[in-house]
Design a protein around this ligand. Structure first.
Ligand code: ZN
Length: 84
């Protein structure tokens, strides 16, 4: 019965479209969001080296200017003055 197979496929397609074109996940989404949050937290606490004086500061405490990391505003300003 080919018609039955086509009908089954059509129903499956409608369900597939209903879930937003994504295959349904079973409880995995919440864990995924949590791990992302956890990862961000780790990133914030990662020690980074100051480009000016070499002091290690956590990423959340650092000042990032044009992909250059500084430990404090003083270091950032003195380096900016040096560069002109
Ligand atoms: Zn510094």
């Amino acid at each position: 019965m080919v018609l039955k197979i086509i009908l089954f496929g059509l129903i499956f397609f409608v369900i597939y479209k209903l879930v937003g074109g994504k295959l349904p996940t079973f409880g995995g989404q919440k864990n995924d969001a949590l791990s992302k949050e956890e990862k961000r937290k780790i990133d914030q606490d990662t020690l980074v080296e100051c480009a000016k004086c070499g002091t290690y500061v956590t990423y959340k405490e650092s000042i990032v200017v044009k992909d250059t990391i500084y430990c404090s505003k003083e270091c950032q300003q003195s380096d900016a003055e040096k560069r002109g």
